[in-house]
Design a binder for this molecule. Sequence first.
Ligand code: ADP
Ligand code: 2DT
Ligand code: MG
Length: 207
Amino acid sequence: MTRGALVAIEGLDRTGKSTQTEILIKTLKQQGKAIELIKFPDRTTQIGQLINKYLTDKEFRLSDQSAHLLFSAKRWELVEKINNLLTQGVTVLLDRYVYSGVAYSAAKGLDFQWCLNPDLGLPKPDVVLFLKFKDDGNMKRGGFGEERYEVDEFQKKVKVMFERFDGDNNWRNLYVDGKSIEEVREEVWTHVVKYIDGLDTNVQLFK
Ligand code: ADP
Ligand code: 2DT
Ligand code: MG
C-alpha cells in the first residue's frame, strides 16, 4: 500500500519556512490531499513550553546538552503520530526537524555526531528542502533578533553545520535571495509535487 511521504522544510531563522509550509498545507488541503503539518518545536506541550521559555528568555539557563536533548525529546514525543500518519497514507510536512536539531547545537561547539545520536532511529525525510540565502539576507528580515539564536555570528555557524547535510540524496537547496513569496512557492511546489501522492518504498530511518 502507498504510504504518505515525509517532507521537511529546513533553513536558518526567517528564511521563509513557516510562510511556505503554511501556503503549501493550505493549497494541498484545498485540493483534498491527505497532508498534515508538524512544526518543530511545537511549543504547546509541556516539553514545548520549556523550549519556548529557553528560546524567548535569554536569561533562562539550561546547559547546551540538556537543551539539545529537550529538542530531541520533542521529536520522539511525536514519532508515533508521524509513523501512524505515514502508514495511513497521509503526507507529513515538517517545519524544521532533525537537521535544525543538529545544526543549532553543533554550532555551539557540541560534537556533530553526538548531536545526531539521540535522533538515530527517527524516520528520515524522503526530501528536505533547504531554504537558503547565498548571503546573510535572513538576518535583514523583519523580527530577526527577537529570539536566543537570532544573532548574526551564530547564524553563520549554524549555516556551516546545515551544509554538512548537503550531499545526502534527500537534500535539495532552494535559493531564496531576492525571490518573492510567490516565486519561492512555485519552486517549493516543483520539488514537493512528486511526493504528495505518497510512495511505495519503506520509510528510511536516521542511522
Ligand atoms: P521562518 O519560519 O523561516 O523563520 P517566516 O516564514 O516566519 O520564516 O518568514 C520570516 C519573515 O520574512 C516574515 O515576516 C515573512 O513574512 C517574511 N518573508 C517570508 N518569505 C519572504 C519572501 N520570499 N520575501 C520577503 N519576505 C518574506
Ligand atoms: P522557530 O520556531 O522560529 O522555527 O525557531 N531549534 C529547533 C533547535 O535548536 N533545535 C531543534 O531541534 C529545533 C527543531 C532553531 C525555533 C528555534 O529553535 C531552534 C530556532
Ligand atoms: Mg518559522
